[in-house]
Design a protein. Structure first.
Length: 135
């Protein structure tokens, strides 16, 4: 599923879990690399965290939101005005974050990383528009 990486990323952002510690002596005993080594070391701690009764509903909401967003993105991608629509939605969400999210109790972990990613994507869009826009 295409949305799986995004679901995992969003869950990692919401549930602050750390990668599982590697047991090198156990790995050596079984030939050097564990079967769990194939899976990202954060997967098991994340899976355990989202299965906790107090986190199940929150995790379900995140998963549903990401999947629904991906469906809507695919649907919207067919439109000629897709890029403008995406930019308008992003701007609206950022404006809402500024208006309603700048509070003393706001969780700030991961915000700087997200802003860095937004800046990277914004730079790509600006470069594209600059080279393709007709003046």
């Amino acid at each position: 599923m295409e949305a799986l990486d995004q679901v995992k990323e969003k869950l990692q952002q919401e549930f602050d879990v750390k990668p599982a510690a590697s047991n090198d002596s156990l790995n050596e005993l079984f030939g050097g690399s564990s079967a769990a080594g194939i899976v990202d070391s954060i997967d098991m701690p994340l899976a355990k965290e989202i299965q906790k009764p107090e986190n199940v509903e929150k995790a379900r909401k995140i998963i549903v939101d990401v999947i629904e967003s991906q469906k809507q993105l695919k649907k919207d991608a067919k439109s000629a005005g897709y890029l403008l629509e995406c930019c308008a939605k992003a701007q609206a969400w950022l404006a809402a974050g500024v208006k309603d999210g700048l509070r003393p109790e706001t969780k700030l972990a991961g915000v700087a990383k997200q802003l860095d990613q937004i800046q990277i994507q914004t730079d790509k869009l600006r470069a594209y528009v600059a080279t393709h826009a007709k003046n």
